[in-house]
Ligand binder design. Structure first.
Ligand SMILES: NC(=O)c1ccc[n+]([C@@H]2O[C@H](COP(=O)([O-])OP(=O)(O)OC[C@H]3O[C@@H](n4cnc5c(N)ncnc54)[C@H](O)[C@@H]3O)[C@@H](O)[C@H]2O)c1
Length: 493
């Protein structure tokens, strides 16, 4: 499959906005080959009446659409060998299973640092996740497919990483292996330094290892919508690049200005510069996916066996906003809305994360093409509106607490996600029907919840910490029958 970056421009320019000293001319870029691919896909995509109770494959959830689309048709049956760095994590595990399910050969690499951070924080996934060994064995029993698991540190075990690439000769490396919580990255100087060393060091190691392997490996990296910042951009955020007119009237296309809101987000901005440099210098083929906040727990694959259950973070450091609300609603405790709840954020369901990664793996840029950047989101919503949806569904109150983050109290967010949609993604939207899936998971494992971990425990700076001094972790009371009990035993079949 040829890449689609050689482009022509359709000048749909409508507005000019002052942006950090350069005049930005908003334009939409389309790609000739991309258009051809879309035509190909439209003719070859198979739309099937859903064979499941619902498109996600579990009972109780409903999606607006009654059909689903087979995205695998986009790759003309070309199956890949894929190394998934960070494949034990919240996004990496279901993505690994999805890729394996679709017939790709998957090798998971993970140093289990996320599990260690749970130990450090005295917290745990609400769902009882199994060891990597049990997980891959369960997948073999359920699907008949092998997934290899390799424990190595991408940021530290450089020689082992090169050796792995040389031995396995993958077509693609999907890179999830970063410290991914903004609150954790702001917790202490130690956590800030670890996040930068781990994330930027890992990205640099991966580029060097691909070069040293002398293989033409496509890197697919998970970035974040946070690289664009959560200010008010004055228009739709394009996918990665903007056309600018520099002082003196020179036209240029540059990476969208980076505007990180935490150390974690800053590492994704630094990663983006590394991708740009190694693409230019060594012609690496790289796709950077600026993902929104992921919600949901299980996917059709992780729901096949309890030993495959995905992790679910509910704590103030790692719990992402919608999942936190759903968990709080299901537990009957007030929803913790930070500040006015006027923050607008982008969201994507975990099932779509896995689908997007497969689309990216199947559509690599050509050697010499600039870094391909997609916005991996389904939609944007204001946090207080999301809280309202959950509050109405569960009957719990929204509790507006002081904001631990240094951020704009209110922001707009208008984001383009045309590229994935053009490649066949029909994103799952926030739907209270789908909230049931998370609610059921939470209710099943509620005895594993530690209520002291629900409130925010990381503060962006001294001022925010002082403003949040009234936040008392002991103020969250669970009903007697919800109080923590010994961990749920999982039966191994
Ligand atoms: N979860 C979200 O809402 C979200 C949103 C946007 C972007 N992302 C990005 O997606 C990626 C995955 O996120 P996630 O939610 O699955 O996080 P996660 O913490 O659950 O998973 C990351 C995995 O990478 C592993 N890891 C970290 N550093 C490593 C290293 N040096 N060597 C080997 N393994 C290492 C961890 O042990 C963990 O299993 C991250 O890069 C994150 O920034 C996530």
């Amino acid at each position: 499959m040829q890449p689609f970056l050689s482009c022509f421009q359709v000048d749909g320019s409508s507005e000019s906005v002052d942006f950090i000293g350069v005049v930005v001319k908003s334009r939409t870029r389309y790609h000739t080959q991309n258009k051809m691919r879309v035509l190909f896909m439209v003719s070859s995509m198979v739309t099937i009446a859903t064979a499941f109770t619902n498109p996600l494959g579990w009972t109780g959830a409903a999606k607006t659409s009654t059909t689903t689309t087979l995205h695998a048709s986009a790759d003309s049956g070309d199956k890949k060998k894929v190394v998934v760095l960070g494949g034990d994590g919240f996004c990496g595990w279901p993505t690994s299973l999805h890729l394996s399910d679709q017939g790709h050969e998957v090798i998971i690499v993970d140093n289990l640092s996320r599990r260690n951070i749970d130990n450090e924080l005295g917290c745990d996934s609400l769902t009882p996740i199994q060891s990597p060994e049990v997980r891959v064995q369960a997948w073999k029993e359920v699907s008949g497919k092998d997934i290899k698991f390799v424990n190595l540190d991408v940021a530290k075990d450089y020689d082992l990483l090169v050796q792995l690439l040389k031995e396995e000769k993958p077509d693609s490396v999907v890179h999830f292996a970063e410290q991914r919580a903004a609150p954790y990255s702001m917790k202490t100087s130690k956590a800030k330094r670890y996040t930068v060393d781990n994330n930027v060091g890992g990205a640099n190691n991966l580029c060097c290892a691909v070069i040293d392997s002398e293989l033409d490996i496509h890197i697919v990296h998970l970035g974040t919508m946070g690289v664009y910042g959560y200010g008010t951009s004055g228009g739709e955020i394009p996918e990665g690049y903007i056309d600018v007119i520099l002082p003196g009237g020179r036209e240029s296309t540059i990476l969208h200005p980076a505007y990180p809101g935490s150390v974690y987000h800053a590492t994704k901005c630094l990663d983006a510069l590394l991708w740009q440099f190694y693409q230019k210098n060594d012609q690496l083929r790289i796709t950077d996916l600026h993902q929104g906040i992921v919600w949901g727990t299980n996917t059709p694959q992780t729901a096949k066996d309890e030993r495959l259950v995905n992790r679910f973070d509910y704590d103030g450091d790692y719990g992402t906003v919608l999942n936190r609300f759903l968990m709080q609603g299901a537990m009957g405790v007030p929803l913790t809305v930070y500040g006015t709840g006027g923050q607008t954020r982008a969201f994507i369901h975990i099932t779509d994360t896995a689908r997007c990664i497969e689309i990216a793996v199947n559509n690599p840029p050509a050697k010499g093409d600039r870094v391909e950047i997609f916005n991996q989101i389904a939609e944007t919503r204001r946090v207080r509106d999301v809280a309202k949806m959950v509050a109405e569904m569960t009957g719990v109150e929204a509790n507006f607490i002081p904001n631990p983050r240094q951020e704009a109290a209110e922001n707009e967010l208008d984001v383009s996600n045309k590229k994935f949609c053009n490649l066949g993604l029909d994103p799952i939207s926030l739907d209270t029907g789908l909230f049931d899936e998370v609610t059921e998971v939470v209710k099943k494992y509620k005895s594993r919840c530690n209520p002291r971990k629900i409130l925010p425990a990381s503060f962006w700076n001294k001022k925010r910490a002082e403003e949040c001094a009234s936040i008392d972790p002991d103020s969250i009371k669970l009903e007697a029958n919800d109080a923590p009990a010994p961990a749920v035993e999982v039966t191994h079949q």
